[in-house]
Write a protein that binds this ligand. Structure first.
Ligand code: NAD
Ligand code: FES
Length: 283
């Protein structure tokens, strides 16, 4: 059992939970995730480890409430317990050891960018972060990322930071040159747009994919993604991949299929139906 140590509402549908998981807090690396199992028969929810504190044994999970299970998770309060937290899972982020990295976070994906920027800065890499949200209240992790380098904030409505998508600001930074690698995490259209920007410039681009995950062990095939002619499993081969090779159309199609299940499971949670819950898409 894992006690909730802290809780913070980060944006209208994004919540931070600090969870006691001392072994994971000691050994986790940037890019890795856990699978959370709230109760015995609950759905398994994959979540990136956004941060950790080896001294307190806390890991930081950032949850976008989109379905029944994620809504149950964000309803927890300090002192409550999560039954199982399995991890750390997945490959650590491919890091450069010097030079300049551009870290791009869209919406809740900014929480996934945080440990990457943290790891890069610890290696002595110059980090520039570009983060965005629909409006000011959707921008998350700005103060945390400021610890690691310059942060450019973008909002769709221009009410905070500069107006526009993260890709608009990223395009200008890339045009100025001297970017050795790009890390991009956020909605699929954002990651696709970033990959399209950097492809012609020849800048290596790592994206973190969030297909539906079920077992998290490479057995079920639920998280399969296509990279060029290869099929990979995000849970064991990823979740980060070369953005220039990812088949984003296929990823978007598979996520759309499961969105219908999420809507149904929300209806079940509100007592409007008796259908089973669906597999989880990672936050
Ligand atoms: P959102 O839709 O509010 O977008 C956040 C920001 O992304 C926008 O403000 C904009 O700057 C940028 N963006 C959005 N669409 C874009 C486009 N077409 N071109 C360029 N930039 C664009 O994001 P949200 O609601 O916080 O995130 C939702 C999505 O992110 C979900 O689908 C979720 O599954 C996904 N997600 C992905 C990961 C991952 O590991 N890849 C992690 C968490 C969440
Ligand atoms: Fe089952 Fe990855 S979640 S193979």
């Amino acid at each position: 059992m894992h006690r909730i140590l802290g809780k913070q509402i980060l944006s209208p549908n994004v919540t931070r939970l600090d969870v006691h998981a001392p072994r994971i807090a000691q050994i986790r690396q940037p890019g890795q995730f856990v699978i959370v199992h709230l109760t015995e028969n609950a759905e398994r929810i994959p979540l990136t480890i956004a941060d950790s504190n080896p001294e307190t044994g806390a890991i930081t999970l950032v949850i976008q409430a989109v379905g029944k299970s994620t809504n149950e998770l964000v309803a927890l309060n300090p002192g409550d317990f999560i039954r199982d937290v399995a991890g750390p899972l997945g490959h650590p982020t491919e890091m450069i050891e010097s030079g300049h990295a551009l870290c791009i976070g869209g919406g809740v994906g900014t929480a996934v960018v945080h440990p990457i920027a943290q790891g890069l800065q610890q290696r002595g890499v110059q980090v520039t972060s570009v983060i965005g949200g629909r409006a000011r209240e959707w921008v998350i992790f700005e103060p945390e990322l400021q610890r690691y380098g310059k942060v450019v904030v973008c909002t769709d409505d221009g009410g905070y930071g500069r107006k526009g998508f993260v890709t608009d600001a990223a395009k200008e930074i890339l045009a100025a040159g001297k970017v050795d690698i790009v890390y991009a995490v956020g909605p699929v259209p954002m990651m696709r747009a970033v990959a399209n920007l950097t492809r012609s410039l020849g800048v290596r681009t790592i994206v973190s994919l969030n297909p539906v995950m079920i077992d998290g062990t490479g057995m079920c095939g639920g998280c399969r993604v296509s990279l060029g002619n290869e099929t990979k499993f995000a849970c064991v081969d990823g979740p980060e991949f070369d953005g220039h090779l990812v088949n984003f159309d296929e990823l978007q199609d598979r996520l759309s299929t499961y969105r219908e299940f999420e809507l149904r499971s929300n209806a079940c949670a509100s007592g409007k139906c008796r259908m089973e819950t669906a597999p989880a898409s990672p936050a």
